[in-house]
Design a protein. Structure first.
Length: 374
């Protein structure tokens, strides 16, 4: 018994100038003739080039991975391990100097990799350390040891300082360790992203989420949908979704005055920030002239940052805007101008503090602040 082959259905030629009806001779045929194929080629040349380039990049990546030496795999593992250590100790100060600061942090080894490579991937031997202590003070070892004894105990420190048999990792072992530490780091990032250290952190991240979503939401949504199909959203995507939810919750629950104060103070969305500033100018209570009130509110919301103009990414006003002598053309005494500015800024700060208090109560009830979530 033979099955009769189904004949393909006629379709129209893709070339706009032709649009003739034809029966395709092969799967995927979109034009009716070689002549139309020549006309159609330029329109799809860029798409084809991108597809070929993407395929080429994937093949190059696979080939590079196969050609990696053991030393290169060891470096990959070390990078993944160090990133995990920094994420593990994210809430802790520098192990050596005990400082919390905004500078760069490293994963500092107590027993250095050069002197004892057997402990290079030992979690007890590696802790979050500020870059000055690690690189400029050669590890600041004396203070490192004092803090290490308090953190892991004297017996564990004695074990670290004892003899250790050298380890020779195979390439497969290094690949497995790299994958393991990367997975741990992603889980840690996802867990830390579901709560906030304090209310200011929550507000800043929530307001920043609006800017990120408006700039790159078209790229974010497919990733979220893909993760939903897998059954779980983790890592940065989970943290971002939490930020977006907090944004909507605060926007709906806070009063208009409180919301405007937070947006004017913390938002990085230019349009929203400028709109909130204009509303604050309208409601500012002061005997100062209109121009003075405008300048006082604007410089409060966009404060001057130390440094040379044009050298920073933060939004700044021209330097003349921060000169209080330019705010008043009536020749008022300096003490009067400073009193006006101080009173306006105090009123604005009070609005922000009231808004943060309301936001704190709201987020506390949701268990999103760490002290309450613990």
């Amino acid at each position: 018994m033979s099955i009769e082959r189904k004949q393909p259905r006629p379709k129209k030629c893709r070339v706009a100038e032709c649009r003739a009806s034809f029966v395709p001779a092969r799967l995927g045929q979109a034009v009716c003739s070689p002549t139309c194929a020549i006309l159609d080629a330029p329109a799809n040349r860029e798409k084809a080039r991108k597809a070929i380039d993407q395929l080429g990049r994937k093949e190059i990546k696979v080939r590079k991975e196969k050609l990696k030496s053991r030393a290169e795999h060891l470096k990959d593992t070390q990078i993944a391990f160090n990133a995990w250590v920094r994420e593990r100790d994210a809430e802790l100060p520098c192990i050596s100097c005990g400082r919390h600061h905004q500078g760069k942090y490293d994963a500092g080894h107590y027993r250095t990799v050069g002197s004892n490579p057997a402990l290079r991937f030992e979690p007890l031997n590696c802790h979050r350390q500020c870059s000055p202590c690690n690189t400029q003070l050669s590890g600041n070892i004396v203070n490192y040891r004092i803090a290490l004894v308090k953190r892991i105990g004297a017996d564990a420190v004695d074990w670290l300082e004892g003899p250790h048999e050298a380890k020779k990792y195979t390439v497969e072992e290094l690949k497995a360790m790299t994958a393991d530490y990367r997975a741990k780091n992603q889980r840690a990032e996802g867990e830390s992203g579901m709560t906030y250290r304090n209310v200011v952190s929550a507000v800043v991240r929530a307001l920043a989420a609006e800017t990120i979503n408006s700039a790159g939401g078209c790229d974010f949504e497919p990733k979220v949908q893909c993760d939903k199909q897998k059954g779980e959203i983790v890592g940065k995507e989970a943290a971002f979704l939490t930020d977006c939810w907090v944004f909507g919750r605060l926007h709906k629950a806070l009063s208009a005055a409180h919301w405007r104060a937070l947006v004017a103070k913390y938002s990085t969305h230019d349009e929203r920030k400028h709109g909130a500033i204009l509303e604050l100018i309208k409601t500012a209570q002061s005997p100062a002239p209109q121009r003075f009130r405008e300048c006082a509110v604007l410089t409060w919301a966009i404060p001057q940052v130390a440094g040379v103009d044009g050298k920073r990414s933060a939004a700044l006003l021209p330097a003349a805007w921060y000169d209080i002598t330019n705010w008043d053309n009536d020749g008022k005494p300096e003490s009067t101008r400073y009193r006006w500015r101080s009173n306006i800024r105090k009123a604005l700060d009070d609005q922000v503090n009231e808004a943060l208090t309301a936001a704190q109560e709201l987020l506390d009830s949701e268990g999103l602040i760490e002290s309450c979530a613990a």
